[in-house]
Design a protein around this ligand. Structure first.
Ligand SMILES: *[C@@H]1O[C@H](CO)[C@@H](O)[C@H](O)[C@H]1NC(C)=O
Ligand SMILES: *[C@@H]1O[C@H](CO)[C@@H](O)[C@H](O)[C@H]1NC(C)=O
Ligand SMILES: *[C@@H]1O[C@H](CO)[C@@H](O)[C@H](O)[C@H]1NC(C)=O
Ligand SMILES: *[C@@H]1O[C@H](CO)[C@@H](O)[C@H](O)[C@H]1NC(C)=O
Ligand SMILES: *[C@@H]1O[C@H](CO)[C@@H](O)[C@H](O)[C@H]1NC(C)=O
Ligand SMILES: *[C@@H]1O[C@H](CO)[C@@H](O)[C@H](O)[C@H]1NC(C)=O
Ligand SMILES: *[C@@H]1O[C@H](CO)[C@@H](O)[C@H](O)[C@H]1NC(C)=O
Ligand SMILES: *[C@@H]1O[C@H](CO)[C@@H](O)[C@H](O)[C@H]1NC(C)=O
Ligand SMILES: *[C@@H]1O[C@H](CO)[C@@H](O)[C@H](O)[C@H]1NC(C)=O
Ligand SMILES: *[C@@H]1O[C@H](CO)[C@@H](O)[C@H](O)[C@H]1NC(C)=O
Ligand SMILES: *[C@@H]1O[C@H](CO)[C@@H](O)[C@H](O)[C@H]1NC(C)=O
Ligand SMILES: *[C@@H]1O[C@H](CO)[C@@H](O)[C@H](O)[C@H]1NC(C)=O
Length: 789
């Protein structure tokens, strides 16, 4: 099989055909770009000889020079991270008029950030982090109006942050952390509508946190605001409450004072809040934290908070880390905290708390979580609480602590200690038991296929990261929209990714794309001619982006190019398609029955979710559309793609499915796919798993369902199964037969006779459970109706 390596960017921006994109490598670099690259090389120090290929004769800088990408003989990207490069970045870089991406991170470069970057109107990504650059940020950077990423973190930069950094309305990620910037945070940074990640931590910034978020009509995209380790003062501005999408807020290690504004309570998506080591005071009102239901990390340590610990915290069920230490909280530890099952780190030490620690907390956390609260008791043997029945108070905990000197143990003491030890053992056993129960429950839940989603509302908001509206006269604009997911990338990252073709279908071409950070994503480039118009397309695709199920391939983003290109970004599945897993393996590779059964059940579960929860007909279910993750769990791909296509295109696809052998017979007359035609295709896939045969290769002139039916009719049932399954047949004979019956039921020529997918799922699970319950060896000649030969 031939592997095509090419750059998606070339493919997209020049509409090259596959063949001609190879030729494009031969284009000769423009004279001015050549001169500029030569000057750049001259100022680098290259101890490892990485730039050997950048030689005098190489006028073909666009074909052979390491780290250079061109379009039409113009350099669009310099990517030389982790190359041990020293020296300076030449000002001549300003001559590379088409440069979009400058990536020199993780080298040992010195000297300033070139002022001439401001001459590069197409610049989208500047990645210079982890170097030794000095000087300050040139204000000219404000001329790069479509800049999306500026990461200068971990250098030795000083001076003020120029307010012109905020000029780019497309800025998606700004990271200036780990430098020595001083002065205040420019207001303009709080007015960038597209900004998703802002990290200014570990600098010497002073002044106030800008209070202009939300002062205009923008809908803010900010997901992470990290300003820790600076010298910021003043209050937390209430306008932060307008950052409705924010997930992480870190203001720790500053000099911020005052109280928590009530508006913070509006941040329903906040998952991590760190305000430690500041001068915050006053009580925490329940309004100010009321709706922070998604909080998983809350750190307020080393401030001057007072009053009681709000018992609303007991409602934050996802919380894992709660640190309220070194404040002036008073009163008792609220009993509601006992409800927090996922709490794994808890600290209320060094406050002014009193009363007894709820026993569940005392059992789970050791005494360092509670110490430094003179009136708190019941969290260790040396801090017993006064017994409620006895009239005269025993010595106060503080006294008993000071009585820590060694003394002879009385019989009473020994009995008490023994009883205590017994209690501890019992508690541990209880904990283990509870843990087991919880795990079992969780496992049972997972089995029900309810793991995905978790009630997440995916944003589906437009991120102008790739530049929302194409600038007039600038054909390189485009629009990238993210759904929730683990990846952070801009349109530029995507378009500069190295792409390899994985396959082609009626809908378009699928690529494996490697981002610069080495993350892999699968990209589907839809055929433009057959997709719906942009408006309709966006409505449909934002629905599809919300679908989350363990057996459905998750869509993570889509991209609309300026010329109508449409890309869909999915998780990359390392094990490829079920079709290649089954039909393109080596002779030594055996796929045992439990694996096949697991795949069948997974596909059925995914399809059942589509039919019952999403009301989506797949319409093109084939083994090539089932992808496998590392553990060979199946994920249904191409879900809902028919909704993005014109109806004419869909008719076409139904026809193709016919030739592949997955099409229900009634579809040759009717045009519309239905749940029953999906069940037919599912049946064919299950037959494929049973027989190991591909439906596209007809046997004896019959399609797969007909062939299987003909053999079974002749009572040669055993002939039907994949030979390697027959070796296991003494144990799994019943299962094989029952699944075969079910599959034949699914491919019944009459749609009305076919089961619904939920029934298929129930039956499959029943068969598997019976199989698991049955004795796995020994007798049972009669339980095995299949004779080998
Ligand atoms: C220049 O670099 C190319 C590509 O690495 C190499 O093939 C060629 O031999 C080099 N020429 C000289 C004169 O070094
Ligand atoms: C910013 O840069 C620092 C250091 O390079 C890194 O640890 C951090 O994750 C980055 N933050 C963002 C939001 O990119
Ligand atoms: C960039 O911002 C600065 C200061 O905010 C402003 O004076 C300048 O006109 C802006 N430049 C462009 C090209 O918009
Ligand atoms: C921050 O500023 C203070 C004085 O204002 C200075 O002593 C300190 O060295 C600066 N820190 C850094 C990392 O530049
Ligand atoms: C903001 O929105 C309000 C009301 O929707 C409108 O009157 C005002 O003109 C808008 N301001 C800007 C700067 O767009
Ligand atoms: C906030 O920043 C500090 C300092 O960089 C870091 O130690 C801490 O883990 C961050 N907080 C969270 C919740 O990530
Ligand atoms: C934000 O919080 C304030 C004070 O708690 C409240 O008055 C306001 O209605 C909230 N705004 C939104 C959009 O929820
Ligand atoms: C809740 O927080 C988690 C991370 O802790 C995040 O993945 C998820 O998207 C958040 N949910 C919402 C609704 O924002
Ligand atoms: C916790 O949530 C429940 C229901 O959502 C609500 O009735 C109750 O008042 C909340 N408790 C606190 C202390 O906020
Ligand atoms: C607790 O943690 C488990 C495992 O990480 C997770 O599945 C569950 O959803 C969490 N519970 C809550 C209430 O967040
Ligand atoms: C703690 O709060 C009490 C009153 O609630 C006050 O008298 C005391 O000074 C506070 N201590 C500190 C260290 O702020
Ligand atoms: C602790 O709180 C009590 C009131 O509950 C107050 O009288 C006392 O001064 C506080 N102690 C400290 C050290 O803040």
């Amino acid at each position: 099989m031939e592997k095509w390596k090419l750059y998606l960017s070339l493919f997209l921006f020049l509409n090259f055909t596959l063949a001609s994109s190879k030729n494009s490598d031969g284009v000769i670099v423009s004279q001015s770009d050549y001169q500029s690259l030569k000057a750049i090389k001259h100022e680098f120090v290259d101890p490892k000889g990485i730039l050997k290929s950048w030689n005098e004769t190489g006028l073909g800088a666009c074909s052979g020079w390491i780290g250079i990408k061109c379009v039409n003989g113009q350099v669009i990207a310099i990517q030389l991270p982790w190359k041990g490069l020293g020296g300076r970045i030449s000002e001549k870089i300003g001559q590379l008029q088409s440069l979009r991406r400058l990536s020199l991170h993780d080298n040992v470069l010195v000297g300033p950030v070139p002022t001439s970057l401001g001459f590069l109107p197409n610049l989208r990504g500047v990645y210079l982090f982890n170097n030794r650059l000095s000087g300050s940020i040139p204000p000219s950077i404000g001329n790069c109006l479509i800049l999306q990423t500026l990461d200068l973190s971990n250098n030795r930069l000083t001076g003020f942050i120029p307010s012109s950094v905020g000029n780019s309305s497309r800025l998606y990620r700004l990271n200036l952390s780990f430098n020595a910037f001083s002065g205040s945070i420019p207001l303009s940074l709080s007015q960038i509508p597209s900004l998703n990640f802002l990290d200014l931590s570990h600098n010497n910034l002073s002044g106030l946190v800008p209070d202009s978020w939300g002062s205009s009509n923008y809908s803010y995209q900010l997901k992470s605001l990290v300003l820790d380790h600076n010298l910021l003062s003043g209050k937390i501005p209430s306008t932060l409450g307008n950052l409705g999408l924010i997930g992480e807020l870190n203001l720790s290690n500053n000099q911020i004072e005052g109280s928590l504004p009530n508006e913070l309570g509006n941040l329903t998506r906040l998952s991590s809040l760190d305000l430690s080591n500041n001068n915050l005071d006053s009580q925490i009102s329940s309004e100010s934290i009321q709706s922070l239901r998604n909080l998983s990390v809350l750190i307020l340590s080393n401030n001057k908070f007072e009053g009681e610990i709000p018992d609303t915290i007991g409602n934050f069920t996802s919380i894992t880390v709660l640190d309220l230490s070194e404040n002036n909280f008073t009163g008792e530890i609220p009993n509601s905290l006992v409800n927090l099952q996922n709490l794994s780190s808890f600290d209320v030490s060094y406050n002014n708390l009193s009363g007894s620690v709820p026993s569940e907390l005392a059992a789970k956390f050791n005494s360092s979580s509670f110490m430094g609260n003179i009136q708190l008791c019941g969290y260790s043997n040396s801090t017993p609480c006064p017994s409620p029945t006895s009239g005269n108070l025993p010595s106060s905990p503080s006294q008993s602590q000071s009585n820590h000197r060694k003394r002879k143990l009385s019989t009473k003491d020994i009995i008490l200690i023994a009883a205590g030890a017994l209690l501890v053992v019992l508690l541990i056993l209880c904990c283990l038991l509870i843990c087991c129960l919880i795990r079992k429950k969780a496992a049972a839940k997972a089995k029900n296929g309810k793991t995905g989603g978790g009630g997440l509302v995916s944003t589906g908001k437009s991120v102008p990261a790739g530049g929302a509206e194409a600038e007039s006269g600038n054909e390189t604009g485009g629009k990238l929209v993210h759904f929730d997911g683990p990846f952070v990338f801009t349109a530029d990252d995507l378009l500069c990714a190295t792409a390899e073709i994985m396959g082609k279908s009626t809908y378009g071409t699928a690529y494996k794309a490697t981002l610069e950070d080495n993350n892999l994503v699968a990209v589907k480039r839809l055929r433009e001619k057959i997709t719906k118009g942009q408006k309709e397309f966006e409505i449909e695709v934002s629905e599809l982006g919300k679908i989350r199920n363990a057996n459905i391939l998750a869509m993570r983003a889509y991209y609309l190019g300026p010329k109508g290109e449409k890309l869909l970004v999915y998780d990359y599945m390392p094990n490829g398609s079920l079709a290649s897993f089954l039909h393109a393996r080596g002779p030594e590779t055996i796929i045992p029955w439990p694996t096949r059964m697991n795949i069948a059940i997974g596909i059925t579960r995914g399809l059942s979710y589509l039919h019952t929860e999403q009301n989506i007909i797949h319409g093109n279910l084939t083994s090539s559309n089932i992808l496998l993750d590392e553990q060979n769990n199946p994920k249904i791909a191409d879900v809902g793609l028919s909704r993005l296509m014109t109806s004419a295109a869909n008719t076409n696809i139904v026809a193709t499915a016919g030739t592949m052998g997955y099409r229900a017979p009634e579809l040759s007359k009717l045009k519309n796919a239905s749940t029953k035609t999906d069940v037919f295709s599912l049946g064919v896939i299950i037959l494929e798993l049973l027989t190991g045969k591909s439906p596209s290769e007809a046997t004896d002139g019959l399609d797969l369902p007909q062939w299987v039916a003909s053999i079974v009719k002749e009572e040669w049932t055993n002939e039907v199964f994949d030979v390697e399954l027959m070796r296991e047949s003494s144990n799994i004979g019943d299962e094989l037969l029952n699944v075969l019956k079910l599959a034949l039921h699914c491919v019944d020529p009459s749609p009305a006779a076919r089961p619904e997918v939920q029934q298929v799922l129930e039956k499959l699970e029943e068969v598997r459970n019976e199989g698991a319950a049955a004795p796995s060896s020994g007798e049972g000649g009669e339980a095995v109706p299949i004779k080998s030969e």
